[in-house]
Design a protein around this ligand. Structure first.
Ligand SMILES: Cc1cc2nc3c(=O)[nH]c(=O)nc-3n(C[C@H](O)[C@H](O)[C@H](O)COP(=O)(O)OP(=O)(O)OC[C@H]3O[C@@H](n4cnc5c(N)ncnc54)[C@H](O)[C@@H]3O)c2cc1C
Length: 380
């Protein structure tokens, strides 16, 4: 079976259950344990892992389809899934010299859940510039002391991919990425998540005071920045864009259904009989489908990169995240009081979709980077 067919079939199996649990995940701010287990059992946690590791070997195009589907069912689950796949992408591209085969097999099967621990209190959304430093302890290990400000799945992930300036680092982009076991001594999750949306994503600040061996480093010494830019950035930007558009589609479809079925009995008509309402829906649909097309085109570019790919990735995330704000706002507006209340889940989709533009690189930073690229200026 082609990878795309296998992805579709597995999604069809798991999405109804993921969708059914989404309201409780949001209401209780609960980590989506059952949903993540269903993704693992279906093999979808190994979506982009290599077949040699037991994964499905899917590329960016199938990845985007899977992220759109999961996000449309449950935003919190999709963020946990995105972080796991981002960790998978970078550990596959630049395996640690110790334990790589076991790590990759565990991430593919879901025996281990992965995440990224990049953002720091000291450099905020500039995730590419850790202020923490790996300090050489002896010939073969370093200690990392870091205030990581947001780590999705903080208490549930088994493996963090954490950034720190390289021991002999000479600037903010001279960094390393390390595989850190969440159960290692010196990993302390500080607090719990209580945000406006993605309420089950278990994102929390984490204090790291850990010793890690050089064997846990991904790729070459001082290779962290390159991995963040060349591997994490494209996968994360595609996935984050898909999260916001998947949520947008669910919101807009709920609004269309509501408008079609809501009666104005005194006029013997429905909300959909109002031209203003139809125009909102049509504009929202145009916005949604244009950005879905942009995202799919960008995924194809990431699968077969050329010299336009970086600019495409930067602008796609910003454009899709901003579109999601407009589309979910439109859905709220069309559904009126029903949108404002919880009955249609539109307000949940709208709250969850707001995370996209806040997540690094933020839309504002991306517009600045893209503008620099367009003007032939250095990005950093
Ligand atoms: C739900 C959620 C889950 C997350 N999960 C993870 C995770 O698993 N791992 C991880 O490493 N991080 C994670 N993050 C962190 C995220 O990627 C950002 O780092 C974080 O949201 C930034 O918040 P901040 O308040 O520090 O932003 P700030 O940097 O303080 O930004 C404040 C404002 O300044 C603007 N700004 C900042 N820099 C620029 C610039 N160069 N140009 C123009 N404007 C700029 C921003 O756009 C924003 O409007 C998560 C965040 C959220 C919300």
């Amino acid at each position: 079976m082609a990878v795309t067919g296998a992805v579709k079939q597995r999604l069809e199996q798991v999405l109804p259950g993921i969708r059914a649990g989404a309201e409780a995940v949001d209401r209780d701010g609960a980590f989506p344990e059952d949903q993540v287990r269903a993704l693992a059992d279906s093999g979808l946690l190994g979506l982009i892992s290599s077949p040699e590791s037991g994964g499905m070997g899917a590329g960016p195009v199938e990845f985007v389809e899977a992220m759109l589907g999961v996000a449309g069912a449950c935003g919190s689950t999709s963020m946990v899934y995105l972080m796991h796949l981002s960790a998978t992408a970078v550990t596959s591209a630049a395996p640690p010299s110790a334990g790589a085969a076991e790590l990759q097999a565990d991430l593919a099967s879901g025996a281990k859940l992965g995440t990224l621990a990049f953002s720091e209190k000291g450099s905020r959304s500039h995730f590419w510039a850790p202020v923490s430093k790996a300090v050489r302890r002896d010939g073969e290990s370093v200690t990392i002391g870091a205030d990581k400000s947001w780590v999705t799945s903080a208490t549930k992930a088994d493996v963090y991919v954490a950034s720190a300036l390289a021991p002999a680092g000479e600037g903010p982009t001279d960094s390393n990425l390390y595989v850190v076991d969440r159960e290692a001594a010196g990993v302390n999750v500080l607090g719990s998540f209580d945000g406006v949306g993605l309420r089950g994503n278990d994102s929390a600040p984490v204090r790291l005071d850990v010793e890690v061996s050089d064997g846990a480093r991904l790729g070459n010494e001082s290779g962290g920045f390159g991995l963040m830019m060349q591997v994490v950035l494209p996968w994360f930007c595609l996935g984050n864009s898909a999260v916001t558009l998947g949520l947008s589609r669910s919101a807009l479809e709920a609004a269309i259904e509501h408008a079609s079925g809501s009666r104005l009995e005194h006029l013997d008509s429905s909300l959909a009989d109002l031209p203003t309402i139809r125009a909102y829906l049509a504009k929202g649909w145009a916005d949604l489908t244009a950005h879905e097309a942009l995202l799919r085109e960008t995924a194809a570019k990431v699968a077969a990169p050329d010299d336009t790919t970086v600019l495409a990735v930067l602008t796609a995330k910003a454009a899709c995240n901003e579109a999601a704000l407009r589309i979910t706002d439109t859905a709220m507006r069309v559904a009126g009081g029903a949108g404002f209340s919880k009955q249609l889940s539109i307000e949940r989709f709208a709250r969850d979709a707001r995370a996209g533009f806040v997540m690094a690189p933020t839309s504002d930073a991306l517009f600045d980077f893209a503008g620099r690229a367009l003007c032939g200026m250095d990005l950093f």
